[in-house]
Design a protein around this ligand. Structure first.
Ligand code: BV8
Length: 235
């Protein structure tokens, strides 16, 4: 009989939002295919062509109004509400579907579309509409607001909190991610080094499937509610 599960860390990627109609990055018709990553998701791109980068994120922010959380987001929000042990949802996604489904114990490690970051003073402010380059920060007044997004080459947010949660976890679950981007793709290896059980729920085997104790294939909208029922049923 396996040891009881007390502390759970969940990593989600674009696949958990796919059934909500949010484009993934590395699939047929994937988002990046509309753009080369280096043209829209690097500090160099922001310096070279701020209009293009701001517009890329404005388009994705505007699309949030037309999508809804799907049963996978709702199941994780239910787990968050009902699970008496430790729980942390770490999402690579910048959409707000986890929070709209009701998740509370949540970290956006790659930033969020509905937030603007001041490149001068570091202040953040909620942002719902288009964000033109040169918009003034309400904190310091400098015209330095940028999308609150972690670009390639930038350090993901709250890495210390994530490392602490992984270290204290009994179970690490990866949902809807290709395992292509680090440091997120390395969390499963960190978990294994700490003796944490690991489970992958994904439409197809990811680049890191071989690292997981168990890997289930299928749509998140089916696999995640099933898994949450298992975990809450076993409580
Ligand atoms: C950093 C911004 C230093 C927001 C993103 C060489 C080797 C190793 C690493 C590197 C290297 N060269 C450079 C690096 C570092 C680099 C990196 O990993 N590069 C890769 C390409 C090799 N990483 C960085 O630069 C990171 N920073 O390393 O800093 C550091 C680190 C720690 C401590 C100190 C210093 C910063 C990375 C962040 C970049 N920003 N996004 C945005 O625009 O959205 S990354 C981008 O890719 C998104 O955030 C996205 O979340 C992420 C990963 O993609 P996925 O979410 O996995 O989406 P994808 O489409 O790939 O896959 C979807 C999956 O879902 C598929 O498997 C599919 O089968 C599945 N699926 C589809 N439908 C469903 C489904 N599953 C279930 N149900 C369905 N219905």
């Amino acid at each position: 009989m396996a040891d009881p599960i007390r502390n759970i860390v969940i990593l989600t990627g674009a696949g958990i939002s796919a059934e909500s109609g949010v484009a993934t990055f590395r699939g047929p018709g994937g988002l990046w295919e509309g753009h080369r990553v280096e043209d829209v998701c690097t500090p160099q791109a922001l310096r070279r062509d701020p209009e293009l980068v701001h517009r890329f994120y404005d388009e994705r922010r505007a699309k949030l109004a037309s999508v809804q959380p799907n049963p996978a987001h709702s199941a994780l929000a239910r787990l968050d509400a009902e699970w008496s042990g430790g729980l942390l949802i770490v999402t690579q996604n910048v959409d707000d579907l986890h929070e709209r489904a009701g998740a509370k114990r949540l970290i956006h490690m790659h930033g969020a579309l509905r937030s603007a970051l001041c490149a001068m003073c570091g202040a953040r402010q909620g942002w719902e509409t288009a964000l033109p380059p040169g918009t003034d920060c309400t904190g310091c007044g400098e015209a330095m607001l940028r999308p609150d997004i972690v670009f390639f080459g930038e350090i993901p947010y709250q890495m210390d909190a994530i490392a602490a949660a992984l270290d204290a976890a009994d179970l690490f679950v990866s949902i809807g991610t290709s395992g292509a981007v680090y440091p997120a793709a390395g969390f499963v290896q960190e978990a294994r080094r700490s003796g944490v059980r690991t489970l992958e729920l994904n439409l197809e085997p990811s680049e890191g499937s071989h690292w997981f104790d168990e890997s289930r294939q299928g749509p998140a909208g089916v696999l995640v509610p099933q898994w949450v029922d298992e975990v809450l049923g076993g409580e």
